[in-house]
Design a protein around this ligand. Structure first.
Ligand code: GTP
Ligand code: MG
Length: 224
């Protein structure tokens, strides 16, 4: 299969190819079916998180989750990542090697909510933890903080069950605020960022982390 060709196409080009090139139909259909599986996995995880959040509100009068964002990796980004990692441009290496095709970002209200949400989700029988990176206990040298989980969720189809990986990033509003701006700054700049600006960005991440700790303390005292 010319998988590279499929990944490079826009949606309208794919539709056109389906009309013009019959040999291509099966390959494109397989790719779309697989994308659909990742979309289903995103929905599954999102619903689980929303149910946990609602349940916590009823039992403890507190919403741990501020909001949830979801994204399915675009075909262009899949191709870029396969190339960057030096993997063959094939469906199999996409499915086995790229674990962030389905992405869910959970933005929490308070610091303690991050681990609370992670623990509640991971305690569910059908969720399997594949990888965990705790950039909150161990922030990246640039100041980035977030809890990253790669989990697999079962998707039940007619006759089969597929276990689909989902990357879940869980962080506070303050961590999300910093990461969003830092991400945009990084992509806007063509030149290397100077050491002094890197240092200021790291300093701001640390300030926000101190604010997170203080707000958590205020919350605990007001709810004691
Ligand atoms: P990718 O190839 O980028 O997916 O990285 P990885 O597979 O090594 O995973 P890692 O857990 O380090 O990062 C995954 C994702 O976390 C990235 O795609 C970003 O969304 C986010 N991330 C990681 N590091 C940073 C950072 O320094 N700044 C910002 N803004 N986001 C980051
Ligand atoms: Mg990624």
């Amino acid at each position: 299969m010319d998988f590279e060709r499929i990944l490079q196409m826009t949606t309208s080009e794919r539709n056109l190819a389906l009309l013009q090139d019959e040999a291509f139909v099966d390959d494109v259909t397989e790719f779309l079916a697989i994308r659909q599986l990742y979309n289903a996995a995103i929905k599954q995880v999102r619903t689980k998180l929303e149910i946990l959040n609602d349940g916590f509100q009823v039992e403890h009068c507190h919403n741990p989750i501020h909001h949830i964002e979801c994204r399915l990796k675009s075909p262009g980004s899949m191709l870029e990542k396969l190339r960057r990692k030096g993997y063959p441009i094939e469906m199999q290496s996409l499915r086995e090697g790229i674990l962030d095709i389905a992405g869910v970002r959970v933005v929490c209200n308070y610091l303690n909510d991050v681990n609370l949400v992670a623990d509640l989700l991971l305690s569910q029988d059908d969720i399997r933890l594949l990888k965990k990176k705790d950039f909150i206990s161990n922030p990246k040298p640039n100041g980035y903080r977030s809890l990253h989980l790669i989990v697999s969720v079962p998707i039940f189809l007619a006759g089969t069950t597929e276990h689909i990986p989902v990357e879940i990033q869980i962080r506070t509003i303050a961590m999300d605020y910093w990461a969003s701006l830092e991400h945009r700054l990084k992509y806007k700049t063509e030149n290397d960022v100077s050491d002094s600006l890197k240092c200021r960005l790291k300093h701001d991440a640390d300030l926000l982390s101190a604010i997170d700790a203080d707000l958590q303390d205020i919350f605990c005292q007001m709810n004691a």
